[in-house]
Design a protein around this ligand. Structure first.
Ligand SMILES: Cc1cc2nc3c(=O)[nH]c(=O)nc-3n(C[C@H](O)[C@H](O)[C@H](O)COP(=O)(O)OP(=O)(O)OC[C@H]3O[C@@H](n4cnc5c(N)ncnc54)[C@H](O)[C@@H]3O)c2cc1C
Length: 406
C-alpha cells in the first residue's frame, strides 16, 4: 500500500479545498466555533447539506447509478479529510450513510425510486429507530411491535436516544413482527413517515445542556401508528440482516481527520493560554500530551488508510470498523480533555446557549473568552462517542470474537 498521494490525487485535493473555501463562509465558521457537537442548528445544517447535494458531493459513498460522484476510496478519504481540516459541519449520516445503503441492497425497485432521490437531493431527513428503553447493547431484545392488519402494520412502543428526531421527516425502525425462539428472527426493518398520526417526540436533555430546539436526542413514542406494508424493507422477520448491514456503515467512517482538526485547535489554544508566565504550548508536560496525541492520530490515520485501501479493492473489513470506532472515539475524547485543561478555570462557567451573543439574544457579558466558551460543552458532548453506534465495550467484544478468537 502506497500512502503518498499521486499528482492526480493532489489535484483533486486542491479542487476540493478550493471549493470548500468558496462556500464555507465566515458566518458558518463562526457558528461552528460556537458549536458543542460539531454540527449547526437545524436551519444552517440543512442549508449546508443542501449545498453539498446541489454540488453532487453529498452522497460520496453511493454508486454512480444512484447519483454518487464515482470517487474511489482515496478521493472519498481526501474529501473527508479536507472537510474536517476546514472545520466544516459534520454531516448528518442517518439518511445518506445508514438508510440509503440498506434500501439499495434490500429495497424493492419502487422503494429505491421513492426514497433514494430525496436523500440524494437532501430534501428529506431521516432518523434512526433502533434503540429502545432497555434495548441498547442487547438490541435483539427490542420490544416495539408491528402487527399486520390487512395492507398495514400497526406500530406500538417507543424508540429512544433518537438523534435529531425533531428534525426528521422519516424514521427507519427495527420492529418485532413475531416472537421467535431466536429473538433476531422476529425482527423487521420498516420505514415510517414521522407525520403519521400516533407519533410523539419527547426531547432528552444531555450533559452538554444545549437549549431545547437544538438538543440532539429524543424518545419517540408510537401509539397505534399505521404504516403501509409496502414500507417494509426486505422480508418480514429478516430485519436483523438489514440491521447488521447498516451498522457496518454507521461505524466504518474515518475518525483521524476530525481528531487532527480538534488537535490543531488545541495547539492554537495552547499558544494563546499561559501557564507559569509562559505560553502553555511551551510547558513541557502539556507539549508532551499534545505530541502523544499527535502520534496516536498519525497511527490511527495510517490504520484507517490501510482499511480504506482494503475496501477499495473490494475486500471485507469485518471487525476493523469496530477498531476504527473504538480508537477514533477514544482519541477524540482525549483531545477534548486536553482542551479542557488548556481552558483551565474558564472551563468552569458552563455556557448553555453559546449562540446567544452571536444572535443578539443576550447582553450578559461572556463568562469566559469567546474561544474558550465551548470547551466544557464540547468535552461533555464528546462523552457520547464511546456509547453511540454500539458502545466501545461492545466493539471490544466484537473484536475479541472476530479477530482474537478466530
Ligand atoms: C448521543 C447518543 C445518540 C444516539 N443516537 C441514537 C439514534 O439516533 N438511534 C438509535 O437507535 N440509538 C441511538 N443511540 C443509542 C446507542 O446506540 C445506545 O446508547 C448504545 O447502543 C448503548 O445502549 P444503552 O444506552 O441501552 O446502554 P446499555 O446497553 O444498557 O449498556 C450500559 C453499559 O453496559 C455495558 N455493556 C452492556 N452489555 C455489555 C456486554 N455484553 N459486554 C460488556 N459491556 C456491556 C455498555 O458498554 C455500557 O457501558 C444514541 C446514544 C447516544 C449516547
Amino acid at each position: 500500500m502506497d500512502l503518498e498521494f499521486t499528482t492526480e490525487e493532489l489535484k483533486f485535493r486542491d479542487e476540493v479545498r478550493a471549493w470548500i473555501a468558496s462556500v464555507y463562509t465566515d458566518d458558518l465558521k463562526k457558528r461552528m466555533s460556537l458549536s458543542k457537537n460539531g454540527s449547526l442548528d437545524e436551519e444552517h445544517q440543512k442549508a449546508w447539506q443542501k449545498m453539498l447535494a446541489d454540488k453532487g458531493w453529498l452522497v460520496t459513498n453511493w454508486p454512480v447509478e444512484h447519483g454518487g460522484p464515482g470517487w474511489n476510496q482515496t478521493q472519498k478519504y481526501i474529501y473527508e479529510m479536507e472537510m474536517a481540516l476546514a472545520g466544516a459541519p459534520r454531516m448528518s449520516s442517518m439518511g445518506v450513510r445508514m438508510c440509503a445503503p440498506v434500501v439499495m441492497k434490500f429495497g424493492t425497485d419502487a422503494q429505491k425510486k421513492k426514497f433514494l432521490p430525496p436523500i440524494r437531493n437532501s430534501e428529506v431527513w431521516w432518523c434512526q429507530g433502533y434503540s429502545e428503553p432497555g434495548s441498547g447493547s442487547d438490541l435483539a431484545s427490542l420490544a416495539m411491535t408491528a402487527k399486520r392488519e390487512g395492507d398495514h402494520y400497526i406500530l406500538n412502543g417507543s424508540k429512544t436516544w433518537t438523534t435529531y428526531a425533531q428534525w426528521a421527516d422519516w424514521i427507519f425502525c427495527l420492529v418485532r413482527t413475531s416472537k421467535e425462539e431466536k429473538r433476531q428472527q422476529g425482527i423487521s426493518f420498516i420505514l415510517v413517515d414521522m407525520k403519521s398520526p400516533g407519533i410523539t417526540i419527547q426531547a432528552i436533555n444531555t450533559l452538554d445542556d444545549t437549549p431545547v430546539g437544538e438538543q440532539e436526542i429524543n424518545q419517540v413514542f408510537f401509539d397505534n401508528v399505521k404504516v403501509p406494508v409496502e414500507n417494509l424493507v426486505g422480508k418480514e422477520g429478516e430485519g436483523w440482516t438489514c440491521a447488521k448491514y447498516l451498522l457496518t456503515f454507521e461505524r466504518g467512517s474515518a475518525y483521524a481527520p476530525s481528531c487532527r482538526n480538534a488537535l490543531r485547535k488545541a495547539r492554537e489554544l495552547a499558544k494563546m493560554e499561559t501557564a507559569g508566565g509562559r505560553p502553555l504550548a511551551e510547558d513541557p508536560d502539556f507539549a508532551r500530551k499534545l505530541a502523544d496525541l499527535e502520534i496516536q492520530i498519525e497511527v490511527l490515520d495510517a490504520t484507517e488508510r490501510r482499511i480504506f485501501d482494503k475496501l477499495s479493492s473490494g475486500q471485507s473489513v469485518g471487525a476493523m470498523s469496530s477498531l476504527m470506532k473504538t480508537r477514533g472515539s477514544e482519541i477524540g475524547q482525549k483531545v477534548t480533555e486536553v482542551v479542557l485543561e488548556a481552558a483551565g478555570v474558564y472551563a468552569n462557567p458552563f455556557v448553555q446557549d453559546t449562540y446567544a451573543h452571536l444572535e443578539g439574544r443576550s447582553n450578559e457579558p461572556l463568562p469566559a473568552p469567546e474561544h474558550l466558551i465551548t470547551s466544557a460543552g464540547v468535552y461533555f458532548n464528546n462523552r457520547k462517542t464511546s456509547i453511540y453506534a454500539g458502545s466501545n465495550e461492545i466493539q471490544r467484544n466484537i473484536m475479541a470474537q472476530m479477530i482474537l478468537a478466530a
